[in-house]
Write a protein that binds this ligand. Structure first.
Ligand code: TEU
Ligand code: CA
Length: 545
């Protein structure tokens, strides 16, 4: 019934190229820098890399605004560098998954440049245009996700174009067949260069109907994904991960169900949103509550029990550092980082590690707005201040949840700029870089990296971890995340303490037993009974056969 695919046992690793490794001292990470660090990834054992965009771009949104899908941004390197990265990664058994950003292009893309010059240009219909309102203003009051109106006027054609994100990111009009053909052609071109698949940026937006104000999971989404599958993906041994901020267990299998012929899995955000303020959004601090977070994750475990597949992650380039957000980045940082990894990586699905997570990197804690670089943070700052929010309050929220928290450079060593760059980094280093870096971590007996490496191997080597069913335990417990995985007669029991206090863990008798310790943050555990106590942020997994 189950056809095994290579990515069922693999762990992914996300690289944000701007902040990974700078080979030439201009302060910006680049492709030769990534190639120089492939040994780190091979050592960790990951099966593939999700590479955030490296395409030609004016970098208004750090590459999520693509000006040429078939070229590389000069600050990142050349196409020849990219081919070399694909080949050298391949030699180490690591596939390169490209970021496919086709909900929108850059306003500097040749398509948009032609589209804005004339209504008659074929490319005009590659974008979404509406006539001005009778008073000459925007067609309506829709707002963009990065602040401001969702409509921008173009004099030459006397029309407004729609942009879900910034004005520099005009939305592509998927209703235009010729545009879809261009995208499919470009995807085949990359696949033929030997990449291992695509992570598809906000793919749930492509079926939108702006007049109805339906953006996410619009009426044509699944028709387009099925067409893309037929035209590009079918028959290739690759992996596809769609990003969807709206997908829920109700719609999840529409993307990744066995018979759908769409995608392999989706990045869904229900567990992430649990940490946000329900009305005031991501920049309003709210204490983290474990119970809702577990409900969200376990709902997806349940959904993917017999069909579909789950992409497991806590961090990416849009999210804060997980150890800071969900646990403790001070006294218990090492235990906390390892606990989060244990409970996530031992769920069913394909886990993703975001660069720096594997050494427990922490939030940036910038305290002035001029230290931030991210356009979402900067635009929201302007808007919120205009609404009367005190700057200090906004900064507190940004400290906790701004995208720049995860975008400070990778910390490799205790040297200058933590070995990231010999020049001035494009964004400030985290001040703790001298203490928290790859070199230091590897020397430590409680190495976070060694723990991740171990988890990556466990997944590869144990069927029960890749394919076993998940049974949640202590669902409403506000301090402990615990579950059992089960395949045939084999089970794995996993538990993690999300608090800085010792916890008495009352697991049901049915899971008590003896076994062998697969992984542990503190001393090894071989037995589960009624007297289980977990130290602050302790975690372990026990194999019972
Ligand atoms: O992010 C999708 C997205 O909706 C984000 O804007 C998200 O709401 C925000 O980051 C939460 O803070 C993707 C990319 O991952 C992101 O980096 C891009 O900026 C965005 O699409 C536009 O391409
Ligand atoms: Ca560089």
């Amino acid at each position: 019934e189950r056809t095994e695919r290579w990515w069922h046992r693999a762990t992914g690793y996300q690289i944000y190229p701007r902040s990974f490794a700078d080979s030439n001292g201009d302060g910006v990470g680049d492709i030769p820098g990534i190639i120089s660090r492939l040994g780190h990834l091979a050592d960790l054992g990951v099966g593939f890399v999700w590479l955030s965009p490296v395409y030609a771009s004016p970098m208004v949104d750090n590459g999520y605004d693509i000006a040429d899908y078939r070229d590389i941004a000069p600050e990142f390197g050349t196409l020849a560098d990219m081919d070399r990265l694909i080949a050298e990664a391949r030699e180490r058994g690591i596939g390169i998954v490209m970021d496919l950003v086709v909900n929108h292009s850059s306003s500097l893309h040749a398509w948009f440049q032609a589209a804005r010059r004339s209504r008659e240009a074929p490319e005009h219909d590659y974008y979404i245009w509406r006539d001005p309102a009778p008073d000459g203003g925007p067609p309506d009051d829709q707002r963009a996700a990065f602040g401001g109106p969702a409509w921008t006027f173009v004099e030459e054609v006397g029309r407004y174009y729609f942009h879900y994100f910034s004005p520099a990111q005009p939305d592509l009009n998927w209703q235009t067949r010729a545009l879809r053909e261009e995208v499919y052609d470009m995807m085949r071109w990359w696949l033929d260069r030997g990449i291992a698949g695509f992570r598809m940026d906000v793919i749930s937006l492509i079926g939108k109907d702006v007049d109805a104000r339906v953006y996410e999971e619009g009426p044509d989404l699944h028709r387009f994904l099925q067409e893309m599958h037929r035209e590009v993906l079918a028959g290739r041994d690759i992996v596809t991960i769609g990003e969807s901020w709206s997908v829920s267990p109700d719609t999840g299998l529409l993307y990744c169900g066995r018979d759908r012929k769409e995608l392999d899995m989706v990045f869904e955000f229900s567990h992430i949103r649990e940490g946000w303020h329900p009305e005031r959004g991501k920049f309003a601090p709210k204490p983290f509550e474990l119970a809702g977070f577990k409900r969200a994750l376990f709902a997806w475990q349940d959904l993917t029990r017999h069909d579909g597949w789950h992409a497991l992650f806590l961090s990416n380039h849009d999210l804060p550092r997980q150890v800071s957000f969900y646990a403790d980045d001070q006294e218990h940082r090492r235990a906390a980082a390892r606990m989060l990894a244990t409970v996530l990586h031992l769920l069913k699905g394909t886990p993703f590690i975001y660069q720096g997570e594997e050494i427990g990197m922490t939030n940036a804690r910038f305290d002035r707005i001029d230290q931030y670089r991210d356009l979402e943070t900067l635009n929201h700052f302007e808007e919120q201040i205009a609404l009367g929010v005190p700057p200090e309050e906004f900064i507190l929220g940004a400290n906790r949840n701004s995208r720049d928290n995860s975008r400070t450079p990778m910390q490799w060593s205790s040297g200058a700029n933590a070995g990231f760059s010999s020049g001035t980094p494009w964004i400030e280093m985290n001040p703790n870089a001298e203490r928290i870096n790859v070199e230091q971590d590897m020397l430590h007996p409680e190495s976070v990296f060694a723990h991740y490496r171990h988890l990556v191997r466990l997944r590869r080597d144990h069927d029960v971890i890749s394919f076993g069913e998940t049974e949640p335990l202590l669902m409403d417990d506000p301090a402990i995340m615990a579950f059992q995985r089960r395949l045939g007669g084999t089970r794995v029991l996993v538990a993690g303490n999300f608090t800085g206090e010792e916890q008495h863990v009352n697991l049901p008798d049915t899971v008590h037993g003896e076994g062998s310790c697969l992984i542990a943050s503190h001393s090894a555990r071989e037995r589960i009974g009624p007297d289980l106590r977990l130290a602050p942020f302790e975690s372990f997994a026990l194999l019972i056969e």
